[in-house]
Design a protein. Structure first.
Length: 139
């Protein structure tokens, strides 16, 4: 069995961002030479997410609105975590909702998706460098 590891780095200029990384993941699969296996993609920070869904601008705005209703950034005083000097407790909660990672089958050297599925990096506390791990195993 072969394995391949790569990191993607992001620096979102805004607090929240939703970035389609599907093409970057496929590029890593191509570099790996693995034709049949599994691809793990996970956010390496506790205020960011990796998830699968449709790449439709209305849906991305709906996610942002929905997450802000569930875990609003303001007022920052509502969160005990922010008493540590941080202002990102909402980002931790948003990450918990959206998830840490995805696992996708690799078949014939391609991501084996259902209709409309794409992989996204979700940033909930941007304005600094963060990374995503890609780990591919198979033959």
């Amino acid at each position: 069995m072969k394995n391949y590891r790569e990191e993607l780095w992001f620096h979102a200029k805004t607090r929240r961002a939703y970035i389609n990384i599907t093409d970057k993941i496929q590029e890593a699969i191509d570099k790996s030479g693995i034709r049949e296996g599994l691809c793990l993609v996970n956010a390496m920070h506790i205020s960011a997410s990796v998830y699968i869904n449709d790449d439709e601008s209305g849906l991305l705005r709906d996610y942002d609105d929905w997450l802000e209703r569930l875990a609003p950034h303001e007022p920052t005083s509502q969160y005990r975590h922010n008493r540590t000097g941080e202002d990102n407790a909402d980002a931790h909660l948003k990450r918990q909702i959206m998830g840490r990672e995805v696992m996708v089958a690799v078949t014939k050297g391609k991501l084996d998706f259902g209709p409309w599925e794409q992989i996204f990096y979700g940033e909930f506390d941007g304005r600094r460098d963060k990374r995503v791990l890609i780990k591919i195993i198979g033959e």
